[in-house]
Design a protein around this ligand. Structure first.
Ligand code: C2E
Ligand code: MG
Ligand code: MG
Ligand code: MG
Length: 282
């Protein structure tokens, strides 16, 4: 990081040198500290998952959850993923952290589905970096077997950027995961460099419409048309579609009228600690 700070500084000209150099060096030190702390966090089991309900828009029943990573720092502070996932990816720590997330989510999925007639799904977020590690498929397979988790209970959320990597290896990994029976879902749909051609090249079963599109459908006609187009596209391609970030009843009703079957968002619930999610699920 120190090297890259100097690299940038050199290209900024004399006047900017000191300011940018100092600024980036502080950032680099901070990053190294976070990295060290992340290693400890993993050892001391400071990670936990919160669960945000996935709701059927027709019945308003909870039919699943998305597992979202949190870091309970020893200082007592609960740290959100946007603060540390990037560093975990850069340092490779996302591999053991990701395995921990998958194992925890599978254990919970098993408990949730005990004695339930219809499957309750748990969605797990995967970083592109995890796919660059060749053991991903066998690691997921091992965790499913070890926990006794059925593939119907787990969804894997990936981003459009993964599909843009477009290597044979990633295509093969996604095919294997899909063939095992896991649902592959595209998170934040519409925010990446969407190339619609990948929708038939990759075994994608679900689109999650990004919050930025749902947030103003009720007062922005253009946004509403985009959401309607994504919903129609998904339905015509026989894929499930979930609206993310639903905050008002108006938005939920509108999405339902558009033919969007499922949603997540603060209207229904924010992500909850496991016990609270279980209580809500009933
Ligand atoms: P995401 O997968 O798109 O998750 C949705 C984010 O939107 C969550 O933020 C959630 O709390 C928030 N959200 C849900 N409903 C609403 C709403 O109605 N309004 C607003 N304003 N926000 C809402 P969170 O938990 O901070 O997670 C941020 C991102 O971190 C996630 O985005 C995901 O990309 C990443 N992430 C979380 N857990 C993991 C993990 O276990 N592994 C990896 N690789 N990434 C993770
Ligand atoms: Mg997600
Ligand atoms: Mg998302
Ligand atoms: Mg995201």
């Amino acid at each position: 990081y120190a090297d890259s700070a100097l690299f940038h500084a050199k290209h900024l000209g004399r006047n900017n040198f000191q300011f940018y150099s100092a600024d980036l060096t502080i950032k680099a030190a901070e990053r190294r500290e976070v990295e060290t702390n992340l290693r400890f966090a993993l050892k001391k089991e400071e990670f936990l998952l919160h669960y945000q309900p996935l709701v059927d828009l027709a019945t308003r029943e909870i039919i699943g959850a998305e597992a979202l990573l949190r870091w309970q720092h020893e200082s007592g502070k609960l740290i959100m993923p946007d603060k540390f996932i990037g560093i975990a990816e850069e340092t490779g720590l996302i591999i053991p952290i990701g395995e921990w997330v998958m194992r925890s989510a599978c254990q919970v999925a098993v408990a949730l589905n005990r004695g339930r007639p219809r499957p309750v799904t748990v969605a797990v977020n995967l970083s592109t970096r995890q796919f660059l590690h060749n053991d991903l498929v066998s690691s997921i397979q091992a965790i499913l077997a070890e926990t006794g988790c059925h593939t119907d209970w787990i969804k894997l959320e990936i981003t459009e950027s993964l599909l843009l990597e477009n290597t044979d290896n990633i295509q093969r990994m996604l095919q294997s995961l899909s063939a095992m029976g896991l649902c592959i879902s595209i998170d934040d749909f519409g925010t990446g460099y969407s190339a619609l051609s990948y929708l038939h090249r990759f075994p994608v079963r679900e689109l999650k419409i990004d919050r930025s599109f749902t947030s103003d459908i009720t007062d922005n006609a253009e946004r509403a048309l985009i959401v309607q187009a994504i919903v129609s596209l998904a339905r015509n391609l026989n894929k499930n579609v979930v609206a993310e970030g639903v905050e008002t009843l108006e938005q939920a009703d509108y999405l339902h009228k558009m033919g969007c079957p499922q949603a997540q968002g603060y209207l229904f619930s924010k992500p909850l600690p496991l016990e609270q999610f279980l209580a809500l699920l009933g």
